[in-house]
Design a binder for this molecule. Structure first.
Ligand code: PRP
Length: 190
């Protein structure tokens, strides 16, 4: 496979590569095959929340060899207090009606679980035929709500991770691997 270019000035902010691009691709391919088997004949709708999801969604879609559709939502957090109560603000809703559809909610990372919990409730109220979750990186150390995760890529420790769509203050998303961000980069801020 062709190597992706790496922004050199960001490499110095990474203390360790947690998952290489190859390891991620291998796991995503396996998830795609599993979904294709489980949803044969059903044409599921994959739903993602922008922006961190872009790489995972693009790769997952291409790893599924049955007809699927895709749509996106966008959310923005209210104040930290509101967020603690699990409230998120829907900035962009789905364009696809989902009543009676088989939905797979695709997340890049789940941490506290508050975002997912809120969005699953909102989607469930629209009466899809089924609703399952597919997450690439599951960080359950700080989980506040128990969530049913049908498809899971990797369990990860409670570190700040960036790359493959994951950002710190909008940076590092285009690193092809997922790595740990050095404390000094976190402290330096945006
Ligand atoms: C990430 C991720 C989830 C959320 C998970 O998005 O995509 O939506 O955080 O965190 P939680 O489980 O604690 O609720 P982020 O807020 O980083 O936005 P982004 O996708 O635009 O980077």
């Amino acid at each position: 496979m062709e190597e992706y270019p790496v922004p050199e000035e960001w490499m110095q902010d990474i203390s360790r590569v947690l998952f290489t691009s190859e390891q991620i691709q291998e796991r995503v391919a396996a998830l795609g095959q599993q979904i294709a088997r489980d949803y044969a004949g059903k044409s599921p709708l994959l739903v993602g929340v922008l922006k961190g999801i872009i790489f995972f969604m693009a790769d997952l879609l291409r790893a599924i060899n049955i007809p699927v559709e895709v749509d996106f939502m966008s959310v923005s957090n209210y104040s930290p207090e509101a967020r603690q109560q699990g409230v998120v603000r829907l900035v962009k809703d789905l364009e696809t009606p989902i009543a009676g559809r088989h939905l797979i909610f695709v997340e890049d990372i789940i941490d506290t679980g508050l975002t997912l919990h809120y969005l699953l409730r909102s989607l469930q109220a629209r009466q899809p035929a089924s609703l399952e979750v597919c997450v690439l990186f599951n960080k359950d150390k700080r989980r506040l709500i128990d969530l049913p995760l049908r498809y899971k890529g990797f369990d990860i420790p409670d570190y700040y991770v960036v790359g493959y769509g994951l950002d710190y203050r909008e940076k590092y998303r285009n690193l092809p691997f997922v790595g740990l961000l050095k404390a000094e980069a976190l402290h330096r801020g945006g």
